[in-house]
Design a protein around this ligand. Sequence first.
Ligand code: ZN
Length: 397
Amino acid sequence: MLRIRAGRVHPVTAPSFEDGAVLVNGEGRIAAVGANADVPTPRAARVLHFPDAELLPGLVNCHTHLELTQLGGGAKYEEPEFVNWIRRVRTLKDATSADDFYEAALAGVRDCWARGVTCVAETGSTGAVMRALHDLGGRGIVYHETFGPDPAQCAESMRELEAAVLRLRRLATAQLSVGVSPHAPYSVSAPLYQASAAFARREGLPLAVHVAESQAETDLVRDGAGPFATLFGRRSIAVEARHCSPVAYLMQLGVLGRDTLCIHCVQVDDADVELLRAAGAAVAHCPLSNAAHRHGRAPFDRFRQAGVPVGLGTDSVISVGELDLWAEADAAGLRGDAARRALTIEGARALGWDREIGSLEVGKAGDLVVQAVRPSDRPTVLLTVVSGKIVHQISGQ
Ligand SMILES: [Zn+2]
């Protein structure tokens, strides 16, 4: 049991208040939240007090590639042409060993915790982050990626995907799920989209797709043209103009549904927003990554006005450098309460986990952050808790 008292408490789904406390029971669930005087102090509880800090739900990062944490030295990799950047990432990944991916994943998960992030929606192809989250006791969804732009590769890609999912599922827990991610329209053929989405639904697994990210992707899907089409030509892969947007294309293929997280969604118009809403799909908004790659701005406010669940995501270190969700909220034009809500309950909703996490409410999982806030400064995370277990703590507290 864990009892945390703080100078200020932000339940997020209820008004904030001064001098409050949260009690997390032995099952790792919130047993009480309220004014300090109203929250019991069972004898068995470990008691912590942070008079000058604030307590809030753990943050939800709706898009990460933590297995890439150390890729290229763990620094941002600048490359003006997105197509070249994608190819460079593939080369770096090919040169990385399984052990190095695992070490990167461990470092990535710990970095998230040090930043107050208690849940990640990870997309990756190595399974390293699933193992890291399992071994460290983290929370998240790990969407296993499948690739294959050539329709002739579909059966082989599906064999690999099904085998990988079977392996990773053994590591799943109440706080750690496996999903499926047909990577992107420039790396996945139409038959592979259909087969992987059908597989995910058959197995009851959530889906994540990178979609409508770059102009080059739109050129490929709509017109069968542009730099990705040139690459296809070099590999003798047939290119087909779909005469529609990337979102409409995935809709036609039956990929988008209530279980689908659509990452980026920059190249979208009002008709696409309506398609996403009608499908019940959610969006992972990554403003800093989109800006770094010069993709443009996603219509964040339009998504929210339309009732499309939107969470904020950082994308990978090689896109943005630091994985700083508060900076993402800033870039999305959110401050104060609006930023806190977007990074907690709204992120949880985008992942379909809002009944479990995202706010300080009795019965929800004890995923919490205590942070010191100084004006005009990033918060300093003093304590991070996942399901009642302390996973990060600044010593001396
Ligand atoms: Zn990504």
